[in-house]
Design a protein around this ligand. Structure first.
Ligand code: GDP
Length: 146
């Protein structure tokens, strides 16, 4: 796992982008930005489980709405590999609010609103590792030893 510290991030294509048909455009942009998709799956997640993922936001006014949204349809979690993965992917997706996100970023191009903002990207190297394990508990067998 040590070898991957700083070199992987967890992304999730959110239900709005899946419903709007943006899985492929987002994957192409991700590939063209130099990321290697190491693991990927489609899943519909329960409110209980996604609440654990967003635990840090539990006290925020938008928490219930965020949980309802994230459990409303298929999502696409993926482990992305690249040097400087966390920072570079945050730059690629843009600001949380698509109105503020720079032109050409994934959220600028494909988000629906501040909440339905198309994509997730880990915001630190520690969280990247934790979030990758959250969605891919077998990650050590699947990529570290491969
Ligand atoms: P991120 O790291 O850019 O995804 O942003 P945060 O960790 O701050 O928030 C997590 C997710 O909650 C965001 O990606 C949005 O989907 C949602 N969110 C953040 N801020 C707001 C807000 O002010 N209102 C609503 N409705 N949703 C928000």
């Amino acid at each position: 796992m040590i070898n991957y510290f700083g070199k992987i991030t967890l992304s999730i294509i959110k239900p709005d982008a899946v419903k709007n048909g943006y899985i492929c455009p987002i994957l192409i942009k991700t590939f063209n930005a130099g990321f290697n998709v190491k693991l990927i799956k489609t899943v519909k997640i329960s409110k209980n489980l996604i609440s654990k993922f967003y635990e840090e936001h539990r006290k925020k006014y938008f928490f219930n709405s965020l949980i309802k949204f994230m459990s409303s349809g298929i999502i696409v979690p993926m482990v992305l590999e690249k040097n400087n993965a966390v920072k570079d992917f945050r730059n690629l997706i843009g600001n949380t609010d698509p109105i503020i996100a720079k032109k050409g970023t994934i959220r600028n191009l494909y988000a629906t609103s501040l909440e339905k903002n198309a994509i997730h990207g880990s915001d630190s190297n520690i969280k990247a590792i934790k979030e990758c394990i959250f969605f891919f508990p077998n990650i050590i067998n699947n990529i570290i030893k491969s």
